[in-house]
Design a protein around this ligand. Structure first.
Ligand code: FES
Length: 126
């Protein structure tokens, strides 16, 4: 059901591994915004509000789970090209929707993302 809990691990920008939880259907970006209330070091920005016009929601997905995600659309590929710290398992967090199968997923926040690095701005949690 939609209320099903999905456990995840978020590795923060300083390398701390946080065990947190979301629900089936959650958008990873907005989940991270909510999680900032209890975990201030989960700083996934999302400057363009999930409109595929930035790369500040860049996350690195653990390989096993990366392979389970639907293919990125062309706009996501283009934005990822702009991302700092790009890896072969990079995705935009705002394009990841939690499913039952993703239970246990690990996502790493790269050491910095472009806007975060330039102006240090992190929006308040939603
Ligand atoms: Fe800008 Fe995801 S929030 S592309």
């Amino acid at each position: 059901s939609a209320d099903e809990v999905v456990r995840l691990h978020v590795v923060t920008r300083d390398g701390t591994r946080r065990e947190v939880a979301g629900k089936v259907g959650d958008n990873l970006l907005y989940l991270c915004h909510r999680l900032r209330k209890t975990h201030p070091d989960i700083t996934l920005e999302g400057a363009c509000e999930a409109s595929l016009a930035c790369s500040t929601c860049h996350v690195i997905v653990s390989e096993k789970y990366f392979d389970m995600l639907p293919e990125p659309c062309e706009e996501e590929e283009d934005m990822l090209d702009e991302a700092t710290c790009l890896t072969s398992t990079s995705r935009l967090g705002c394009q990841i929707k939690l499913t039952r199968a993703l239970d246990g997923i690990e996502v790493t926040l790269p050491p910095y993302s472009r806007n975060y690095y330039v102006d240090g701005h992190v929006p308040e949690p939603h």
